[in-house]
Design a protein around this ligand. Structure first.
Ligand code: 13P
Ligand code: ZN
Length: 267
């Protein structure tokens, strides 16, 4: 709970969460659920998730509430957050704790849970955090770069030597879609099979990770690279020099990461 609150507040301080922008979810460990079992209600009404996540049957999540402000999480977590339980079919959830003044989990619950389901499988259960934010520089780039995974990945990698080490699998891009429903959840979770980062054009970004530090750090690294790229493009549209495809291959050897060749195309 402390880690979740700190991450929400850190995101607010970065300027990524205007008003109720963004949402965060954490898949609780069995022992964490047991540790707070006495606090969990079992009389909540079962509600439709709006999609199906059978692999998450019986799991508990700590999530931000819909319409809640990240800047308020630290003041009254019991008002802004909820613990929810997914039922045995993976079709419904109920509120077990929090949202004491009413409300419901984030409108992006279908995307959060479908991403969690994909990541449970892809990471062998290690990934527990899904984070959605509205960072300005990444959003700005979705107006000027082609909405292609290869282009975003390569351009962001070039902005800081550590980038390909932090997100060696690259980033995926979803073209503009109506948020808050199953369709965008399906498109995003499809990308999450290969990437830990999915950019929503003209909207924001989703990151997945094992814990709060890694997931926040991933969002921070991608947005910092985007900020550098916005500055570079603002100073002059054509770079005078950059990190080359061969530089990336050399880096991959020394840092023991494998960088897919599809991102190392000749320009
Ligand atoms: P919620 O307030 O429902 O979490 O929505 C915020 C948001 O960023 C939607 O994409
Ligand atoms: Zn959003």
């Amino acid at each position: 709970m402390k880690g979740f609150i700190r991450m929400a507040n850190d995101g607010w301080e970065q300027g990524w969460h205007e008003r109720n922008g963004g949402n965060l979810s954490y898949r609780m460990k069995k022992e964490e659920v047991e540790a707070v079992r006495e606090e969990l209600r079992t009389d909540g009404e079962w509600k439709e998730i709006g999609t199906s996540v059978p692999k998450l049957a019986g799991e508990y999540f700590l999530v931000t509430g819909s319409g809640k402000y990240f800047r308020n999480v630290i003041l009254a977590p019991e008002d802004s957050l909820a613990v929810i339980e997914v039922d045995e079919t993976g079709e419904r959830y109920r509120i077990c704790w929090g949202l004491v003044n009413g409300g419901r989990p984030t409108s992006e619950l279908p995307s959060h849970l479908m991403n969690h389901e994909v990541k449970v499988i892809a990471s062998g259960g290690r990934h527990r955090v899904i984070y959605h934010a509205h960072p300005a520089n990444v959003i700005a780039l979705t107006f000027v770069l082609p909405l292609k995974d290869e282009v975003f990945t390569r351009e962001l990698w070039e902005m800081a030597t550590e980038c390909p080490v932090v997100f060696p699998d690259g980033v995926g891009v979803v073209g503009w879609m109506v948020p808050g429903g199953r369709d965008i959840a399906v498109a995003t979770s499809e990308l999450m099979k290969q990437y830990d980062v999915a950019i929503w054009a003209h909207h924001g970004m989703f990151c997945s990770g094992e814990d709060f530090d890694l997931t926040f750090g991933l969002m921070h690294t991608v947005e910092k690279a985007a900020e550098i790229l916005v500055k570079v493009l603002s100073i002059r549209p054509d770079k005078l020099q950059t990190i080359t495809a061969q530089n990336f291959r050399d880096l991959a050897v020394d840092f023991k990461v494998s960088l897919p060749e599809k991102f190392l195309y000749e320009k």
